[in-house]
Design a protein around this ligand. Structure first.
Ligand SMILES: [Zn+2]
Length: 62
């Protein structure tokens, strides 16, 4: 099992499976839709809300 240095900070994105848009989860109160509008993301460091069908998006870290 690989260990990841603590200095590497990963950011979470929500990727729309329909249009491929990766929306950054921290939107500071702004509901941010993807390009095709299938999903919308609204989040902070503590809580991320995604509006849309669960099968239409996936959470990715990078
Ligand atoms: Zn989309």
């Amino acid at each position: 099992m690989e260990t990841t240095p603590n200095t590497t900070k990963k950011e979470t994105y929500i990727k729309c499976k329909k249009c491929g848009t990766e929306v950054f989860t921290i939107t500071n109160g702004n509901l941010t839709p993807c390009k095709c509008g299938a999903i919308s993301v609204d989040g902070s460091r503590d809580l991320v809300r995604v509006l849309g069908k669960p099968e239409d998006y996936e959470e990715i870290q990078k």
